[in-house]
Write a protein that binds this ligand. Structure first.
Ligand code: SF4
Ligand code: SF4
Length: 403
């Protein structure tokens, strides 16, 4: 007998099912958004030499100069080289109830250890015109299944957000998401439907619109980045695009737009001052976003002399908390009481969130130089200094680039 019904109620670790759903995202997304090339991304521009020779050289090593990041990067490369299973010639006899099918797919995602999963129709503007190698992209899949993978609160708690483990935190979520998306795409192909995994160096789609439209977050102050109510900004996303018939989720509203307007903690703490302090969003490519100095952020992440990459904005965001006890209560309050937002940011500082808790630091600070891992000269020095000194330090690195 064909069972396969997913259980009713909450499917994963977080209660996504109880979030307030809305017909449209809480920020404007217009009808004239255009597809973009992946080669416009800051990391790709750096690797193509558009930010100078030093950044171009660093782009090839900024994650793999640290040994955990290097090991995870190798895993991502290997996952990307796997051949997909051929689509089976006949569709398997599975139920055609779209809601049940969607719950089944989400239950599989949680079985594979995703932290949050949503489904949306694939907007064409989210499909790249060309990938990072300059190859044209065409994708006519109707749906996207979107996974969020936690980068690990404890590791963020033990670090500065811009030190030697920072790049590995991203790569951990990218590689885990790559595993999940590859397995799920091959499962769907065995059921007789087209499916393609998207992760890390192997995206053919722009992820923020998919995270937004699949009801996994709202647009945040970090430029074109979406924030989730349970993980905050502490995740990476992967996806499977497919023609398997599914029921899309709706976007969510958990009060982030007002919160980001008053908080600005990420803008205050960003070592390169790339994040806008403005009260107003801009409209870019027919969607609302806060302005981000992509070049300044890329220079910090790729060229960081005191760590591997940067995620200082993630580390200090008040939504980056473990989802337990008092934080569930705080989250409940935040969703409902916009007057308490300013108070909650003040409390966040007062309670010391955003500082390093050395008891949670489990990794070695190591940097590969000429084929040998060594103790690096600087460890998180950029963020230990004052905001003005941070800015000067980053600018000093930028001046080196122009030499
Ligand atoms: Fe975030 Fe670091 Fe980029 Fe600033 S430089 S936006 S803190 S990743
Ligand atoms: Fe929004 Fe504050 Fe988080 Fe920045 S730190 S994304 S302003 S909530």
């Amino acid at each position: 007998m064909l069972e396969g019904r997913a259980p009713k109620g909450q499917l994963g670790h977080y209660p996504l099912e109880r979030l307030k759903r809305v017909d449209k995202p809480t920020t404007y997304v217009g009808p004239n958004a255009q597809r973009v090339s992946e080669r416009q991304a800051g990391f790709i521009k750096a690797s193509l030499g558009e930010y100078g020779p030093r950044l171009q050289a660093e782009a090839a090593r900024f994650i793999s100069k640290e040994p955990v990041g290097a090991s995870l990067t190798k895993m991502i490369q290997d996952l990307g080289s796997l051949s997909p299973v051929d689509v089976y010639p006949k569709a398997a006899p599975i139920p055609q109830d779209l809601a049940a099918q969607s719950r089944h797919i989400k239950a599989l995602g949680y079985f594979l250890r995703a932290d949050c999963i949503g489904i949306c129709e694939l907007p064409q503007y989210a499909v790249y015109t060309e990938d990072r190698e300059g190859r044209p992209v065409e994708l006519d899949h109707k749906y996207a299944i979107v996974f969020l993978i936690d980068q690990g609160w404890r590791t963020f708690n033990g670090g500065l957000g811009s030190d030697w483990i920072s790049g590995a935190q991203s790569m951990k979520s990218y590689s885990t998401g790559g595993f999940m998306a590859t397995v799920m795409a091959n499962y769907i192909r065995r059921l007789g439907y087209e499916a393609k995994p998207h992760f890390s160096d192997h995206y053919k789609v722009l992820m923020p619109p998919l995270v937004l439209m699949s009801g996994l977050g709202e647009m945040s102050r970090f430029g074109n980045t979406v924030l989730n109510p349970f993980l905050g900004p502490r995740f990476k996303a992967s996806a499977v695009t497919t023609n398997l018939p599914l029921e899309p989720d709706k976007p969510i509203d958990f009060g982030l737009q007002h919160y980001c307007k008053v908080c600005k903690k990420c803008a205050r703490e960003c070592p390169s001052q790339a994040i806008s302090h403005s009260d107003e969003m801009i409209v870019h490519n027919d969607h609302e976003t806060y302005e981000l100095d992509v070049e300044a952020c890329t220079r910090m992440r790729v060229g960081n002399p005191a760590g591997s990459s940067c995620g200082r904005c993630i580390k200090v965001c008040p939504w980056n908390k473990p989802y337990e006890g008092i934080h569930k209560l705080v989250e409940w309050t935040l969703e409902r009481a916009s007057l308490s937002h300013r108070f909650s940011v003040w409390m966040d500082d007062l309670l010391g969130y955003g500082r390093q808790n050395i008891e949670d630091k489990w990794w070695y600070d190591l940097e590969e130089i000429e084929g040998i891992f060594q103790v690096p000269e600087k460890v998180g020095a950029v963020v230990k200094s004052s905001p003005l000194a941070q800015k000067k330090e980053v600018l000093a690195v930028e001046e080196d680039d122009s030499e």
